[in-house]
Design a protein around this ligand. Structure first.
Ligand code: C2E
Ligand code: CA
Ligand code: CA
Ligand code: CA
Length: 279
């Protein structure tokens, strides 16, 4: 507990928000969110660009508060992180997502990988890989149909420990994705040191048909380099057909974004899969 505390203090140094009343109200509300079943998961399809098929989904948290309405993850996840509530919330997300993926498989839907976003605190928990292994086992889900998403910023500070935990997950067969690539400290040589199966190119680096040639060549360089490192590439935030075409032409492997679909409730994803919807 001391270790986590220190790491947390390091990441969020100088950012106590105890004096912000709005934040304090959210923090109090969040303490009840899990217990009162205000949290839910939506799932955003991830598509293979070669065949146009849905190959996975990313689980994304949704919080509907009875009085405050919908609260975006970008607002409440940082609070959950700083207060430590993310450990319980993150564990709930793991259980829920794994159970959902197993239920889809039992229902005879096509194989689909379920990806879950991890938080920094979760990644540093020594028992994370064993916990995930246990949940997969209980649900009867093939570990190859499960993945985790982490960001580079989560690796700073406790690099060796984080890498070790990611290795343990990969040994199980769980896919590791590096989220928001291109927004952080990412250097190409750094990527080589990370136990990662998929590089997710941040939407700010996903060019459109109107993009400058230089922008396209940056995207192309990332794709080429990732492939040389035996990693797959998924482009995030694809909002137009033009972007999808450009990505496919540059050998990008997968994409997700509003152009195909936003994150949807489980029932809507199931309908989409049953209908065999593709690009
Ligand atoms: P992220 O992991 O980078 O997730 C992608 C975000 O982009 C999601 O926002 C998604 O709804 C949004 N998005 C998808 N397609 C498009 C598009 O075409 N255009 C645009 N403009 N946006 C698109 P969301 O659901 O609001 O989540 C925001 C962030 O909150 C996530 O970023 C992730 O960092 C965090 N988050 C969400 N769920 C969880 C969770 O269960 N655990 C943890 N630790 N973090 C989570
Ligand atoms: Ca993500
Ligand atoms: Ca992302
Ligand atoms: Ca993000």
């Amino acid at each position: 507990a001391k270790r986590l505390g220190r790491n947390q203090a390091c990441i969020y140094a100088g950012a106590p928000h105890d004096d912000d009343p709005e934040r304090l109200a959210l923090e109090t509300a969040l303490r009840h969110a899990l217990r009162d079943e205000q949290l839910d998961l939506h799932y955003q399809p991830q598509l293979d660009l070669r065949h146009g098929r849905i190959v996975g989904v990313e689980a994304l948290l949704r919080w509907q508060h009875p009085k405050l309405g919908r609260i975006a993850p970008d607002r409440f996840i940082p609070i959950a992180e700083e207060t430590g509530m993310i450990v319980a919330i993150g564990d709930w997300v793991l259980c829920r997502a794994i159970e959902q993926a197993a239920a889809w498989q039992r229902a005879g839907l096509p194989p689909l990988r379920m990806a879950v976003n991890l938080s920094a605190r979760q990644l540093l928990q020594p028992e994370l890989a064993r916990r995930i292994e246990g949940l997969l086992d209980t649900a009867g889900l093939d570990p190859r149909l499960f993945g985790v998403e982490v960001t580079e910023s989560m690796l700073i500070g406790n690099f060796d420990q984080a890498v070790q935990h990611l290795q343990a997950l990969r040994t199980l067969g769980v896919e590791v994705s590096l989220d928001d690539f291109g927004t952080g400290y990412s250097s190409l040589s750094y990527l080589r040191r990370l136990p990662v199966d998929v590089v997710k190119i941040d939407r700010s680096l996903v060019p459109d048909v109107t993009a400058l040639a230089e922008d396209v060549s940056i995207t192309r360089a990332i794709i080429t380099m990732a492939h040389q490192l035996q990693m797959k590439v998924l482009a995030e935030g694809v909002e137009s057909e033009g972007q999808a075409v450009l990505l496919a032409a540059n050998q990008c492997d997968q994409m997700q974004g509003y152009w195909f679909s936003a994150a949807l409730p489980a029932a809507a994803v199931e309908t989409m899969l049953r209908d065999g919807r593709q690009i």
